[in-house]
Design a protein. Sequence first.
Length: 45
Amino acid sequence: PDGISLDPFMGSGTHALVCKKLNRNYIGFEISKEYCDIAEKRLRL
């Protein structure tokens, strides 16, 4: 519960979205600008 979840291939941010909903800390990396934009929009809930 106190750890940090790492997603080195974040894609559209599904893993980060679940972490956010579960109130968990996360770090995600994505090389594609398009996927970064999608993930950013999804995480602005």
